[in-house]
Every structure is written in structure tokens, then in C-alpha cells.
Design a protein around this ligand. Structure first.
Ligand SMILES: [Zn+2]
Length: 502
């Protein structure tokens, strides 16, 4: 199993002059995108009027019996398979006993020792082009709890005068992905989460909206001197509501732990909440003793058994995974990591890009147009690129014209604006209007001669050593040729003629 791979030039984290490393594992709760809840037929939707999607089962009424949602089980298995996890032939549901006002049964149906998936590796690319990965321990399936709202100025229970409970969320299928402690930086943590999100969205497993709570994650973080095998004392960070806040919370907690250690203190094992407004973490509770949830197999639910044929079918249904596409775009097509991520995260744009590349090759040239001028035009007109007048065929022609140096980049830009407004074939327009780039030395020399005659003083300045004026003269040649001159050739001929005629 591979652990993480960092770039060679990793900046050192020093504690009292000793190089340290950050060690992190992440637990994510992800609400599954199913029509109905985990053990009843209530609708699974976000934002409904409180307590309208409830029934005796999800309200924990005595005698109500749960019936597992097969679709939810399948989605979790697919999530595991997408990361190469093992799917044990036998799995079961357990009761996790604890009291909480938004959990009416006083136990949560979860999975203890026999989760649906075990192992697996989540790959990710970092912005600097390095590739990393983080092992998964397991993914298990459970039910979500209801949602408490405390009537206090900061939404916390302390100081609240009363609390409200909404059971719409109670019983929503929830999968918990637990990682191994392979993550070494905030950038890796965010890249890991983005990789999970991208995969779950692509497979229709979850919509993964942190702001709606369909993805919630806790980060376990500790520090240790580089080279030491044992882990340091960890803290658990909660309450981040965006990927950006995950990165910031990690940065802040690392700085806090470094300060504690440098001050001669010791790290206390505890849960710390991220405070978005203050940009820091605060202690929520310390975990001196382990919880005893008195797990036992749920007697109302039969164990889950998979035939290998089922697993084979589900694996085949995965199709091409985002990670595979990313690797191809970065390694083979030589796209920059941020370009590749933007492509994979916009399925419509990616389909358009792929169509164009299939017609003309040149993925780098195509991606520059798609994410550059075309995306700008799309923003200005609120029309998505794939629905614009610039068909994949037209863009492929345009790229072909630029690559063959028939037109220069300035003409290409102007042509693209025209295509966006009215459509058409770049090949036809260039032929009809004589927009082809002039790469003929004789024709360029004629224009250069004209420009030098009209700018005698500037030419004299150049010859006197003010070579910076060359850019101005090239601009004049471009202007004189209505933008069709090959700029490289124009500069070359200008230099040559200035030297000769000096
Ligand atoms: Zn229900």
C-alpha cells in the first residue's frame, strides 16, 4: 500500500529547532442521495418544512420495524469499489447506544466490526503537480440523527433558553469514510476531500454539499518529530463548513500545537471546534475516557450477504472514474493540475473539450481556449460554452489554424468573439476574408520598409542603442498588416532591416 507522496521541497515545520511533521486522519460523514430514508419510506430531501418527512420508524416509536434501503447499501459498496476497497461477503448492522435528544430510539443503527467496505486508497493531485494518496480504513453505513437548533445567540446549547428538534434528517442514509493517518498537510487534506467529493458526485452517491451538511468531516491531528514511529497526542477538529475552512482550521491547529510544545506544555487529547469568525479552534470537550456505546447486532435486521457476481456487476457499473480521467489529463495530455481539475469538475465543459480534442488533438491548446477566452465569453453572456455558437467542430478548426500558423493568436481571439456572436466556420471565414497570417518574408519586408520610413526617428533611436523601441516598431508592423503578420517573423525582419540600413 502506498502512503502519501509529498514533493521533495517540503518546507520544514520546526518545533524548538527540531523538524516535525503533521499527522492527520480524516473521518467524513456523507449523506447518500437516495429517494427515501435508510430504514423507512420517508422522503430524503434537504430543506423541507421541519418534521414533515417522518414516520413511526424514523421517530423511534416502540414496535416500529426498520427495513434496509437496498439502494443505500449499493451506493456504499460502489463508493468502496471506486477506491479499490475490499467488499467482505458478510456484513451486519449494529446498535450504537447513546442518548441524544435528536435521536429518539436512544441508539443509532450503525456498523461496528463488520463494515460494508474495508481498505482502499484515495488518490489525489496537488496544485504543484505532485500526486499523493491516502489509505481508507473502512466505509460503513449508518443512519443520520435529527437536527437540534438551540435558541442562543451563537446556536450553542450553553446559554440557550430552549431547543427545537427537526426529525426530517433522522434516518437519512449516512456513510462514514474513515481514513488512515496518511495525510501530512492542509493541502493534502483538502485534495483528499476533493477527491472523495468528485468521485461521489460522479457516481451519483451524494451531492456532497458541505454548506447543506451532506458532507461533514472531522480531522484528527497530531505532531511528531520526523523519524519517530509513535504518534503524538491528537486533537479532533470539528465544525468546518467548507473545504476552505478545513484548510484554515488545520493551519490554525498546527500553529496552536506548535506554540503549546514550544512553551513547554503538552497537548491534551480533546475535541476542538473550528470558529469561522475568529479563525481559531476552541476546546469543546476532552476525551480522557473512551465511550462505551455497548454495540450489539441489531436484532431487527438480518445480516447483509454479497454474492461475488453482485460485486462484479457493481464494479462494472462504475465506468471511468474521475481519478482515471485526471491522471490521463495530467500525465498524458500535459494539462496543468488546476486545468485538469476544472475540466473534471465541470462535466458539460469536459464533454465539449473531449469532443474538440477528438477532432484536432492538441489538448493543451484546446484547454487554453476553453478555460480562457471561451469561459470569459460564457461568463459575460451567461451562456454555457457547450450551448454557445462555437461548435466543437468550429473550435477544432480554429485550433488547427493557429497550430498551422495560418492565423496568429490575435486573429484567433477576434475570430472567436465573432464565432461566439454568430457562429460559422473559421476555415471559411479566414479563406473568404484573407485573414491568413502573412509569413512571407517579401510581403513582411515591404511592410517593415513602410513602417521604418514613417518612423525615422524611432529607427534612429534603435540604431543609437535604444533597442527597447523594437516592441513599438513590431506593433506598427502588426497594425499596418491588420494583425495578420507573423509577429515572430516581423520582429526578425525588423532587426535585420534596421541593422542593414544603419
Ligand atoms: Zn420515516
Amino acid at each position: 500500500m502506498s502512503a502519501t507522496v509529498e514533493s521533495a521541497a517540503k518546507p520544514a515545520l520546526l518545533v524548538n529547532g527540531v523538524p516535525y511533521e503533521v499527522v492527520m486522519g480524516i473521518e467524513c460523514h456523507v449523506e447518500l442521495k437516495t429517494e427515501t430514508k435508510m430504514f423507512c419510506g420517508c422522503r430524503n430531501v434537504f430543506g423541507a418544512e421541519p418534521n414533515t418527512n417522518v414516520c413511526p420508524v424514523c421517530l423511534g416509536m416502540p414496535g416500529a420495524l426498520p427495513v434496509p434501503n437496498e439502494k443505500a447499501i449499493e451506493l456504499v459498496v460502489k463508493a468502496g469499489l471506486a477506491f479499490g476497497a475490499e467488499i467482505p461477503a458478510f456484513s451486519k448492522f449494529d446498535r450504537k447506544n447513546y442518548f441524544y435528544p435528536d435521536m429518539p430510539k436512544d441508539y443509532q443503527i450503525s456498523q461496528f466490526d463488520m463494515p460494508l467496505t474495508q481498505g482502499g486508497v484515495v488518490p489525489f493531485w496537488l496544485g504543484d503537480g505532485t500526486h499523493g494518496s491516502c489509505r481508507l480504513t473502512r466505509i460503513h453505513l449508518e443512519e443520520d440523527t435529527g437536527k437540534s437548533t438551540h435558541a442562543s445567540h451563537d446556536g450553542r446549547i450553553a446559554g440557550s433558553t430552549y431547543s427545537l428538534v427537526d426529525f426530517n434528517r433522522a434516518g437519512v442514509p449516512l456513510m462514514e469514510c474513515v481514513s488512515e493517518p496518511d495525510i501530512r498537510s492542509g493541502a493534502q487534506a483538502v485534495a483528499f476531500l476533493e477527491s472523495l467529493k468528485r468521485t461521489f458526485v460522479a457516481l451519483g452517491i451524494s451531492d456532497v454539499k458541505m454548506e447543506e451538511g451532506s458532507l461533514r468531516c472531522d480531522v484528527n491531528l497530531s505532531l511528531r518529530p520526523i523519524g519517530r514511529a509513535e504518534y503524538g497526542t491528537k486533537t479532533e477538529i470539528k465544525n468546518m463548513n467548507s473545504f476552505n475552512s478545513v484548510g484554515r482550521a488545520i493551519e490554525s491547529e498546527v500553529a496552536r500545537q506548535v506554540a503549546v510544545l514550544e512553551g513547554g506544555g503538552r497537548i491534551v487529547q480533546e475535541t476542538r471546534g473550528w470558529d469561522e469568525a475568529n479563525g481559531g479552534t476552541h476546546s469543546m470537550r476532552n476525551k480522557e475516557e473512551a465511550h462505551d456505546y455497548r454495540y450489539f447486532p441489531d436484532p431487527d435486521l438480518t445480516p447483509i450477504e454479497f454474492a461475488s457476481a453482485d460485486v462484479t456487476r457493481m464494479r462494472a457499473e462504475l465506468g471511468t472514474l474521475p481519478a482515471e480521467i485526471l491522471t490521463r489529463l495530467i500525465s498524458s495530455d500535459k494539462l496543468r493540475p488546476e486545468q485538469a481539475h476544472q475540466m473534471v469538475d465541470s462535466p458539460g465543459l469536459f464533454a465539449y473539450f473531449s469532443d474538440v480534442v477528438e477532432r484536432c488533438g492538441k489538448p493543451q491548446a484546446v484547454v487554453n481556449f476553453v478555460l480562457g477566452d471561451l469561459s470569459r465569453l460564457a461568463n459575460e453572456s451567461s451562456t454555457p460554452v457547450p450551448e454557445s455558437n462555437v461548435t466543437p467542430e468550429a473550435l477544432a478548426e480554429l485550433v488547427g489554424l493557429v497550430e498551422a500558423k495560418t492565423i496568429n493568436s490575435k486573429t484567433a481571439k477576434e475570430l472567436l468573439t465573432r464565432l461566439w456572436a454568430k457562429g460559422g466556420s473559421p476555415n471559411a471565414i479566414v479563406a473568404a476574408e484573407g485573414l491568413g497570417q502573412v509569413s512571407d518574408t517579401g510581403a513582411i519586408d515591404a511592410i517593415v520598409a513602410e513602417v521604418l520610413a514613417a518612423n525615422e526617428k524611432t529607427a534612429a533611436d534603435y540604431r543609437a542603442g535604444k533597442t527597447k523601441v523594437l516592441g513599438f516598431l513590431v506593433g506598427q508592423v502588426m497594425k499596418q498588416s491588420r494583425g495578420t503578420a507573423n509577429p515572430t517573423l516581423a520582429e526578425e525582419r525588423l532587426r535585420a532591416l534596421l541593422d542593414v540600413c544603419g
